[in-house]
Ligand binder design. Structure first.
Ligand code: SF4
Ligand code: SF4
Length: 179
């Protein structure tokens, strides 16, 4: 390469660089047209049926309807759901298996919805909250029953049985005794 060709190539490269920088500079000050996210978070519409992540359905009092029956766990085709239970003492003296942890791995979920449709108690649903990006794989593993579990309700006392022979019991109101 001659000296003349060398400087011609250098000049050509410099012009090319300026053209590229001009395009970059122009786009830097041009208002965005197609790239609206995340500035439009407040007005962004995500369809209700979009499946972003599995979640428990809690009522206003913080109760969920999961009975730990494991139907969803069995129906999940790829082991995304892991349920552990614990034994609790009931007020009536019996023991019962209750949900301890409902673990859902968003990273392995295929969003097939089999778990939701097979749940006999309508205890789970898909949220359309699509912002689920995290930095670590382990952060995609979630415990869905995150609220503290409530104690079992104490059964209401049974009304006293009627005395033999039709005599009024001790709890019979006065106006009934006079009849
Ligand atoms: S979410 Fe539904 S199917 Fe799954 S364990 Fe709970 S009650 Fe059973
Ligand atoms: S949507 Fe499908 S893959 Fe995801 S947890 Fe439910 S059954 Fe498993």
């Amino acid at each position: 390469m001659s000296i003349k060709e060398y400087f011609a190539s250098l000049f050509s490269g410099f012009v090319s660089l300026l053209k590229g920088m001009a395009v970059t500079g122009k786009e830097l000050v041009t208002p965005k047209v197609t790239e609206q996210y995340p500035e439009n978070r407040d007005t962004l519409h995500i369809p209700d049926r979009f499946r972003a992540t599995l979640q428990f359905i809690y009522d206003a009092d913080g109760n969920h309807k999961c009975t730990a029956c494991r139907t969803c766990e069995r129906n999940c085709p790829n082991g995304t759901i892991t349920i552990t239970t614990r034994t609790v003492d009931m007020p009536n003296g019996k023991k019962k298996q209750k949900l301890d942890k409902y673990i859902y791995d968003l990273g392995s979920c295929t969003f097939c919805d089999l778990c939701v449709t097979s749940c006999p108690f309508h205890a789970i649903e898909f949220s359309n909250d699509f912002e689920q990006a995290v930095f670590r794989r382990e952060s995609l593993v979630k415990q869905l029953n995150y609220l503290p579990e409530k104690d079992e309700p104490v059964p209401a006392p049974q009304p006293a049985a009627a005395a033999p022979g039709g005599a009024p019991s001790a709890e019979t109101p006065d106006n009934q005794e006079k009849q």
